[in-house]
Design a protein around this ligand. Structure first.
Ligand SMILES: *[C@@H]1O[C@H](CO)[C@@H](O)[C@H](O)[C@H]1NC(C)=O
Ligand SMILES: *[C@@H]1O[C@H](CO)[C@@H](O)[C@H](O)[C@H]1NC(C)=O
Ligand SMILES: *[C@@H]1O[C@H](CO)[C@@H](O)[C@H](O)[C@H]1NC(C)=O
Length: 374
């Protein structure tokens, strides 16, 4: 999926509009429900106070206020018994976090975090535009769930403005929310992949690659300085994320952790063979080289998953297997248990299907979610 990673984690306007329409109906629904509840509550209150005049009359009003609080308090939500905290981590971007549209909302992020918290205790973000860092931290605060976040800064090679804008957003979020739920700051997502692909190269150790690496390393150092300027008590690791075979050695030497995308689908494996392929690729291509460096950066699998379908026939099969729900199930059954047992840190890709990617890229791009768009 490397060729299309650029927009990863961003969302379509169409989807945002659909959400807005949905939200409108939800609001109308809630108003109607409230009217019914208030009417019902008043009636019940009259009945109860008439019936229980002499007994413990306080009880009914306590029950009523508990119900009222439960509907408003994001830390009180219904858990789905079929979900388990089986995943080390999950790749996540709040819907509507792409400039210039944005359109994300705290309400929706809270819903996502409520759901995510039933699957994992870690999420990673790709960028910091559209206030997503603060929204996610606010949602964690309000839901009171156990969750840590690898926040992200999506770096563009030709223009440093986005980097600075996102650095300031991350800084401000840390000033407001502190560092309790921050596991790291990831500077750059597939920066080297994009840098080299645009320059018709695929060698992450070439002279061209070192030019790109210098841009990225300057931003990594700048982020360290920003964190140092805050005088934090906790040491926040600074990392980088890229496609599995695009880690430049100088970049690796400058980071505390590396997040590596490892996708068996694009290596034309079967669904049955995918878990072993991912584990072996990650160990040989990322873990072993990183372990040779003096700074010994910790390596994570940044993305791994399996597509459930393709929007065109040509991409529905990778030569060895189909894009299918059955394939995703096989990959989850094998990879998740294997990786958890072996202590491999990974972020599953991904939380839900992304319609905008399907519109923009077609093929399997929009169909990697363990949940559909709804
Ligand atoms: C419900 O919320 C109100 C206002 O925040 C608070 O005063 C009250 O104690 C809460 N009741 C319960 C049962 O939690
Ligand atoms: C960002 O999100 C936080 C948390 O919801 C909110 O308090 C803040 O006002 C938002 N900032 C902007 C600029 O939207
Ligand atoms: C995978 O198979 C497709 C044909 O289904 C082919 O176009 C592609 O080059 C193959 N990729 C790899 C990495 O072997």
């Amino acid at each position: 999926m490397s060729e299309n990673y650029q927009g990863l984690g961003q969302y379509s306007m169409e989807k945002g509009a659909a959400r807005k329409r949905r939200s409108k109906y939800i609001v109308i629904g809630i108003v109607v429900l409230l009217v019914i509840l208030i009417a019902g509550g008043v009636t019940a209150g009259i009945l109860i106070s008439n019936n229980n005049k002499s007994s413990s009359g306080g009880k009914s009003s306590t029950d009523k206020s508990t119900d009222k609080n439960a509907s408003k308090d994001p830390s009180v939500f219904k858990k789905d018994p079929s979900l388990h905290k089986s995943f080390y981590g999950m790749a996540y971007t709040p819907e509507g976090s792409l400039l210039p549209e944005c359109g994300n909302s705290l309400e929706n992020v809270i819903k996502d975090i409520q759901l995510l918290s039933q699957l994992t205790t870690r999420v990673r973000l790709y960028g910091a535009d559209c206030n997503q860092t603060a929204l996610v931290l606010e949602a964690i605060k309000q839901t009171k769930v156990e969750m840590e976040v690898f926040v992200g800064n999506y770096v563009v090679p030709t223009d440093n403005t986005p980097y600075i804008r996102q650095r300031e957003a991350i800084k401000s979020a840390i000033e407001i929310y502190g560092t309790d739920h921050i596991a790291g700051v990831t500077v750059g997502n597939e920066f080297m992949l994009n840098y080299l692909t645009e320059r018709k190269s695929n060698d992450a150790q070439s002279a061209i690659a070192r030019e790109g690496a210098a841009i990225l390393i300057a931003n990594i150092e700048d982020t360290r300085n920003m964190l140092a300027s805050l005088g934090l008590k906790k040491n926040i690791p600074v990392g980088n994320s890229d496609a599995g075979s695009f880690f430049n050695t100088e970049v690796l030497s400058a980071i505390d952790y590396g997040l590596s995308n490892v996708h068996a689908w694009f290596a034309n494996t079967t669904a049955e063979g995918a878990a072993d392929w991912v584990t072996t690729f990650f160990e040989e291509t990322n873990v072993q080289p990183a372990a040779l460096l003096p700074n010994n950066p910790k390596m994570y699998i940044a993305e791994t998953g399996w597509p459930t379908k393709s929007s065109d026939l040509g991409n529905a099969n990778n030569g060895a297997a189909d894009a299918s729900v059955a394939g995703l199930q096989i990959f989850m059954d094998t990879f998740v248990c294997q990786a958890n047992k072996a202590g491999i840190p990974y972020f599953f890709f991904e939380f839900f299907d992304e319609e905008w990617k399907d519109h923009q890229f077609g093929g399997v791009e929009g169909w990697w979610g363990i949940f559909n768009a709804e």
